[in-house]
Design a protein around this ligand. Sequence first.
Ligand code: CA
Length: 230
Amino acid sequence: MRVLVVEDEPAIADFVQRGLQSEGFEVVCAPDGIEGERRALQEPVDLVILDLMLPGRDGLEVLAAVRGRKPTLPVIVLSARAEIDDRVAGLDAGATDYLVKPFSFEELAARVRAHLRTPGQHDATKLQAAGIELDLVRRLAMRDGEEVRLSSREFELLAYFMRHPGQALTRERILSAVWGYDFDPGTNVVEVYVGYLRRKLARADRPAPIETVRSVGYRLRDRDPAANPE
Ligand code: CA
């Protein structure tokens, strides 16, 4: 498995490269957006780790170019705290996942492994899991072919669950990815929004496929009785 790291801060690039190599990945690095885009498009890579603030070409531009040519390539975006507003734009541009700097190597490695295990889940415009389909361009959510009307935040939350089917997601991870907090604001906003989603996704004969994982957080069941087997 070959991972491309596009990062201009040598210390971070080095930290990520050494760590991933020790996990058995082949790692190539690009120190700016131009080289990063060229390598992502022209070389065989299985996953890209992409910093947002880059010399030469901005990370979001690189992401858009990669999505246009390689719609299923997983891209994990790295962003600094100050760039948090970019996160929603990045999600819309097709990032598979986010990490806010500073991050632990364990967290990065877990996400790299998770995204390499589920190729095909990262289509640029549609997500499908558990009988639910999300059209990221038209901002449409369907359950069993029936439209579900969601607010923008509910949509982002469901998209995050659907990018990680079957995985137990902690409240902290959800807060970070969907609300942009890298701290716990001490509210129950995640619980409240999961409650909204469950109500809107539930059908008479079937509850919403979002389950509570005790003392961890939540998980989208990755197999729904009506879902097509692979
Ligand atoms: Ca940077």
